[in-house]
Design a protein around this ligand. Sequence first.
Ligand code: NAP
Ligand code: GDD
Length: 375
Amino acid sequence: MSKTALIFGVTGQDGSYLTEHLLGLGYHVIGVRRRTSVPNTGRVDHLAGEPLFKLVCGDVTDAASVSHVVWQAWQDAYMEWRRSLQIRPSEGPRLEVYNLAAQSHVKASFDEPLHTTQATYLGCLNVLEAIRRLDVRQEHVRFYQASSSEMFGAAFDTRARVIEECSEGAIHWKSMSLTERERYQDESTPFLPCSPYAIAKLAAHHAVRLYRDAYGLFACSGILHNHESERRGEEFVTRKITKYVARWARDKSIEPLRLGNLNASRDWGHAEDYVRAMHLMLQQEKGDDFVICTGETHTVREFLLAAFKAAGSEAENVESLPVVIDSSLYRPSEVPYLRGDCSKAKRVLGWKPEVPFEELVRRMVYSDMRATDRG
Ligand code: NAP
Ligand code: GDD
């Protein structure tokens, strides 16, 4: 079958990996980038010469631009299908729409709650509406929404207990008295969002479900736990750490690294693994929601130690590292503990993560070291 993909958020970490994955599968890929005063295509510039890849301009907060881009992509998918008919019979045109666009930084969402809501919730709604108004049968147009484990927030309201135990001293999240049900988040875990970003993502998540139930759209939400990579944005904690560690490995006299809460625990995987899951969700018989994760959790403190270790440090605790805690980097409200259960994705999609925690950290540190050496 001839397939065309439209990716909102193509210039982001996941957008770039997803583009590479789909091109590898023979898709025609149309990436939507927003207009910016300086270039924002660094993560996809290496794909510029690919004959099956093109970039178009659009902004998810602008309903008119979204509906134009979606309509044009559907025309492209249809024409592509017509052309492919001369070579092989096909069931019909197929357009897969991936909405990865968002204001994706949780702390920034406290400073820009309205902008975050517009990009992260209304952006999704604009894409859903544009697809609904195409008025084509659901097997022809399929939709993926980038939902987030941040939506779980303080699921089961573990937050109060975590903060209490933490303030008493060196009790780590993993030793908390979580019940078996609280230990992992899966598709049935309640949502208790703790940031404007999470609330916007949850609104979008419910909109996807509504459009699936009310209008019969083929729509999926991937509830992805944190995933990082060599292409991770530099203001997220993992990349901030690996970039610092790479510089420190070359010059031990640099200013210390300033960080916020080291006790938060995250289920960190590699983005390259996670984009495979996005694609698999749209190949099923019906739209559904899936948690995507590794099933392991590590504190920021553990990530920090692992990153320094990858650069040759033998430090066993953070106190002996060049790190200072900066209270201005704490969030007004924090998600203390994330650890997913992706049994459903394993069973239904046949998906599993390939990159373990230590390898993820090493890959990020080594990549930043190479970049540091290049200057
Ligand atoms: P990212 O690197 O921050 O990429 C976000 C993308 O959205 C960028 O391409 C950005 O464009 C684009 N964008 C922002 N506002 C836009 C607008 N108004 N119109 C059009 N495009 C816009 O995020 P990521 O890590 O790749 O994550 C992809 C998606 O998954 C996001 O929705 C994120 O919230 C969600 N998610 C991420 C994780 C994770 O751990 N990475 C986990 C769960 C869910 P610019 O390049 O111009 O800024
Ligand atoms: N960014 C950042 N910077 N975080 C810090 C810092 C710091 O200096 N110091 C400590 N942290 C802590 C944060 O308080 C948080 O608990 C943890 O490190 C991870 O922060 P981020 O890397 O910013 O990621 P996030 O978990 O808030 O959000 C990411 O994952 C979500 C999925 O759970 C983002 O990718 C979201 O877009 C995504 O939805």
